[in-house]
Design a protein around this ligand. Structure first.
Ligand SMILES: *Cc1c(COP(=O)(O)O)cnc(C)c1O
Length: 452
């Protein structure tokens, strides 16, 4: 089947996630047929450097035999059995032990699901159940942040801070949002310490409005991913955690992107010195080779659930799926054996931070920033100010299309260009990525009819 026919078939019958359907019908879809190392290959034979690791998940790169073999062997031996009602399987049991070994201190239990959204739904159920068991059933409200992304089930989208998702039927009650510590927009002339305190106080204000007695938990991504790689100022989470402790509000870290090495430790909680009560993880757990997520449950919540909880009426047919768990174990094995976390912390993370500043002088660039192997290039209409584009998102999309034309997959969030490469990227790969991004910026300038 040639690629046109495939794309025609696809747009006729397939409703894609996060897609404008009339634009899709007009423009067709890009069919990805193969992948190799750090490249994806489309049905026209284009090789595209994957600057996004799929969707922030293919941490060990494509085509890893270790993961493929683990899946094949496990499928042959036991392709499926459930983990309900005191049943288990070998990979799920071993994976729970492994996750506790690498988790931050104070975490000794794991609940498995299939996606980041399900992990976050699970967390909402768990924290509300926890407070009920503690005799405080009125503690229901979950606080999160604007531009936070916690997934797309109705609960996860209500909890997230994406207004467009709320407007399409995902605005359940008892989910409140505060402003994120988005320095590029809100820092102004404040120094970093002042901005950290100021932005953490937005949580304090929300608590005094809603009342600590009604609040179950505060959830935050250590670095906001889909919201535009928003990196908090140093000290922000120290203030946040102190405020949570002061008001007896559980602190939840959504590490669906930051988990499994991306920030130079197993978890960003370790990089940033956080002590979350619960952690949502998914994406990099299996490097995307299988759908799987894991909620890491801290001892305070776990003890109450285990000692006083009775049956927890929650779970999924595929919780603890043996094939996914086997792939996760193989994936964590690769990360460990190849020293990928040390490499990100000591070598490629710092190298990306330096390399991306080569773009700072470009007329379209308002700011570059990175944390581990997460980065953003903020495009602006005018560097002086900076002045944002009037038609938000349009320029980002133009730049994204130019990047793909030039053989780099990077994503646009509003007018920020987002990068999240595989942990296996070398310095040379990073140089290539930055060179193509620079060329795409020049192309974008031309498309906008500007010379500077
Ligand atoms: C992707 C993501 C999710 C949702 O994960 P799905 O597997 O798409 O449900 C949740 N939280 C964060 C931080 C994410 O990046």
């Amino acid at each position: 089947m040639n690629s046109n026919t495939l794309s025609d078939t696809d747009i006729r019958h397939h409703l894609h996630p996060f897609t404008d359907y009339s634009a899709m019908k007009r423009e067709g879809t890009r069919i990805i047929t193969d992948a190799d190392g750090h490249y994806i290959i489309d049905s026209d034979g284009n090789r595209i450097l994957d600057g996004m690791a799929g969707l922030w998940c293919v941490n060990v790169g494509y085509g890893r035999e270790e993961l493929i073999n683990a899946a094949t062997e496990q499928m042959r031996r036991l392709p499926y059995y459930n983990t309900f009602f005191k049943t288990s399987n070998e990979p799920a049991a071993r994976l729970s032990e492994k996750l506790v070994e690498i988790a931050p201190d104070g975490i000794e239990h794991v609940f498995f699901a299939n996606s980041g959204s399900e992990a976050n739904d699970t967390i909402v159920r768990m924290v509300r159940h926890f407070w009920t068991l503690e005799g405080r059933p009125e503690k229901q409200v979950i606080i999160s942040r604007t531009y936070g992304y916690h997934g797309s089930t109705t609960v996860a989208a209500s909890m997230g801070g994406m207004g467009a998702m709320h407007d399409q039927g995902a605005s359940l009650p008892d989910f409140h949002q505060i402003r994120p510590p988005y320095g590029f927009l809100y820092q102004g002339n404040m120094d970093e310490a002042t901005f950290a305190e100021t932005s953490a106080n937005w949580l304090r204000e929300e608590i005094s409005k809603t009342g600590a007695d009604n609040i179950a938990a505060f959830i935050a991504e250590p670095v906001q991913g889909a919201g535009g790689v928003i990196i908090p100022p140093a000290g922000y989470f120290d203030h946040i955690q102190a405020i949570c402790r002061e008001h007896d509000i559980l602190f939840v870290a959504d590490e669906v992107i930051t988990g499994y090495g991306r920030t130079g430790q197993w978890f960003a909680s370790q990089t940033m010195g956080l002590k979350p009560d619960l952690i949502a993880t998914a994406k990099g757990l299996t490097s995307g080779y299988q759908p799987m997520s894991a909620v890491l449950v801290g001892n305070r919540v776990a003890r109450t659930l285990i000692d006083d909880g009775g049956e927890f009426y929650h779970g999924f047919t595929y919780s603890g799926h043996p094939v996914a768990a086997a792939v996760a174990l193989a994936n964590l094995g690769v990360i460990e054996k190849e020293g990928l976390i040390d490499r990100v912390r000591e070598d490629t993370g710092p190298y990306l931070k330096e390399a991306i500043t080569r773009l700072d002088d470009h007329p379209l660039v308002g700011q570059t920033r990175s944390f581990g192997l997460l980065a953003s290039i903020e495009l602006v209409a005018d560097k002086n100010g900076p002045v944002m584009f009037e038609n938000e998102g349009e320029t980002g999309m133009i730049c994204r299309d130019h990047a793909i034309q030039r053989g780099l997959m990077m994503r646009a969030v509003r007018d920020g260009m987002i990068l999240s490469p595989a942990l296996t990227f070398t310095r040379d790969d990073i140089d290539m990525l930055i060179d193509i991004a620079a060329a795409a910026l020049d192309d974008t300038l031309k498309t906008l009819g500007r010379t500077k």
